[in-house]
Design a protein around this ligand. Structure first.
Ligand code: ADP
Ligand code: ADP
Ligand code: ZN
Length: 210
């Protein structure tokens, strides 16, 4: 099963992907995590992406399409995958189609802008393993420590309030049109993304299995 998780920044794509990929035994591919890892290890791609990311803008299509092309050709993706954060523009979706990749289901996790702003301001991520928490809604057992690996939790640079507004605008302008793109193909399922994390997982799995 080849699945896309769609939704605004902070909609809960990463949180849900982490749960669902274990249930379905398929890998999650997060372009955001791949880019942040490249940045951390100082590769040319990472450095090029940094200014876009910090400004809350999208990294150019050809860069992310290149990343995805390479990653989806790996052996572990041949039995299915979950895409978290890709595609984010119509040209990115068209690139998947022209690679001959068949997408089975697109799950849109629907969350209001007001909720997005409060989620992103409280989001914390593990420096070591990228696991995601929220200071209020999903706190770690020990303050600022990752439950899984005991790594330190930090706030992402692009989760600061000024950048969040720009990211939401980018989402509405460039990513939201993908809903129409996939709904025309009969692949779009909308899941209400506000409320209990386990309930959202249940709704998502129901949509995937439909
Ligand atoms: P979020 O978790 O808030 O949805 P991501 O971690 O997916 O954010 O992405 C963070 C940043 O990485 C984006 O704001 C953008 O700069 C870059 N990025 C990630 N995926 C893509 C993509 N598919 N196309 C362009 N830029 C991307
Ligand atoms: P995305 O990958 O779509 O950017 P995340 O999975 O990183 O979103 O979630 C954004 C923030 O919201 C994180 O701090 C996460 O812990 C929190 N979060 C995720 N799902 C929920 C939910 N259903 N209710 C409240 N907070 C949530
Ligand atoms: Zn960790």
């Amino acid at each position: 099963m080849n699945i896309i998780l769609l939704g605004a920044p902070g909609a809960g794509k990463g949180t849900q992907a982490a749960i669902i990929c274990k249930r379905l035994q398929i890998p999650t591919i997060s372009t955001g995590n791949i880019i942040r890892a490249a940045l951390k290890s100082g590769t040319e791609m990472g450095l090029k992406a940094k200014s876009y990311m910090d400004a809350g803008r999208l990294v150019p299509d050809e860069v992310v399409i290149g990343i995805i092309k390479e990653r989806l050709s790996d052996d572990d993706c041949q039995g299915g995958f979950i895409l978290d954060g890709f595609p984010r523009t119509i040209p990115q979706a068209e690139a998947l189609d022209s690679m001959g990749i068949i997408i089975d289901k697109v799950i849109d996790i629907d969350v209001s802008d007001a909720e997005i702003i409060s989620r992103l301001s409280g989001r914390r991520v593990c420096e070591s393993c990228s696991d995601t928490y929220h200071v209020k809604y999903n706190p770690p057992v020990i303050e600022n420590k990752c439950d899984k690996c005991n790594g330190t939790l930090v706030q992402r640079r692009d989760d600061h309030p000024n950048t969040v507004k720009d990211r939401l605008q980018v989402y509405h302008e460039q990513t939201e049109p993908l809903k129409g793109y996939y709904s025309k193909q009969g692949k779009l399922f909308v899941v209400k993304g506000e409320g209990d994390i386990d309930e959202i997982t249940r709704l998502t799995l129901t949509a995937i299995e439909a």
